[in-house]
Design a protein around this ligand. Structure first.
Ligand SMILES: [Zn+2]
Length: 303
């Protein structure tokens, strides 16, 4: 009764990686328990997650073919758009969020359209808007721009409103750090940059005032939920964001954080169930209202 922080399954958002094909359930080597799923398998996984008490999923798409412009990002028949339609039809009551970025779709693996070695911010925003609109048309409840381009939240909000999607919310990856903890995700999404890195648009791990500015701008542009990513190495940022703005706040417990626990547990060096719960409650204690985590199902079942 004197416990100050509660962890409940209804604060979990479960990330799913959707690929082309049927009956595909391909394990991601560096993330035990995580799979690349075809649409039918994503439906099965989401249905099982909902049965475990997890209210929401966020979808990442891995197209069969990539090109320099990331064209498949806005393709109505691409895996994410098809999965949104299937999930809204097959799993009633499940909240469906979609990741909006180009890095899973570009052949060079960058989050935007590039000219030489430079990412073109404003051109990229136009493409992100088209991707977000295609998710909205498919039936997504929330779109979640993760690219960290300037001005994309406002541009997406305006476009959604103009097309009659006023009710669709925006989860903004507002304070997304340039982090080594994303490594396993890039295997799962096949999105490792072919040259350079993401320092031009993602945040320096040393900065917190900048994170607050980024969050403030995204809220002003229309973000409904703001996110800090990764979670555990940035708990102080999470606390400052929640205290300063009081906005619904999400934290992404990212692939590398998950993989570290899994790897140590496989070696018998830590008690996985205990460390999983301690990690998730810490993220809640720091200020997260909701947590994106690959542990969503496991933790929900344990709870
Ligand atoms: Zn990206």
């Amino acid at each position: 009764m004197v416990r100050e922080t509660r962890l409940t399954p209804d604060c979990f958002i479960y990330p799913l990686f959707v690929v082309e094909g049927e009956g595909v359930r391909r394990p991601v080597g560096s993330m035990p328990g995580v799979f690349n799923l075809s649409v039918d398998e994503a439906v099965n996984e989401a249905r099982a997650a909902k049965a475990d008490g997890v209210p929401a999923v966020i979808l990442f798409g891995i197209p069969a073919a990539k090109d320099p412009m990331g064209s498949a990002a806005a393709d109505s028949e691409a895996p994410v758009q098809a999965a949104v339609r299937a999930l809204k039809r097959e799993v009633p009551g499940l909240l469906v969020m979609t990741d909006v970025c180009l890095c899973e779709y570009t052949s060079h693996g960058h989050c935007g359209i590039v000219d030489g070695e430079e990412i073109l911010n404003d051109v990229t925003v136009e493409h992100l808007v088209q991707a977000a609109l295609s998710h909205a048309v498919a039936g997504a409840d929330f779109v979640a721009p993760s690219d960290m381009m300037d001005g994309r939240v406002g541009a997406i909000r305006t476009a959604l409103d103009e097309h009659g999607f006023q009710q669709i919310g925006i989860v903004s990856y507002a304070a997304k750090y340039c982090s080594g903890f994303y490594g396993p995700f890039r295997e799962a999404a096949d999105s490792t940059p072919q040259f350079g890195d993401r320092r031009s648009h993602q945040m320096d791990p040393a900065n917190v005032a900048e994170a607050l500015r980024e969050v403030e701008i995204d809220i002003a542009e229309g973000a409904d939920i703001v996110m800090v990513k990764p979670a555990v190495p940035y708990l102080d940022v999470l606390t400052r964001v929640k205290e300063r703005f009081g906005q619904p706040t999400a934290a992404y417990h990212v692939s590398g954080e998950y993989a570290m626990i899994k790897a140590a547990a496989e070696r018998g060096w830590i008690d996985e169930a205990r460390v999983m719960m301690e990690t998730l409650i810490s993220i809640r204690r720091a200020g997260a209202d909701m947590i994106l985590t690959y542990y969503a199902r496991e933790a929900a079942r344990a709870l």
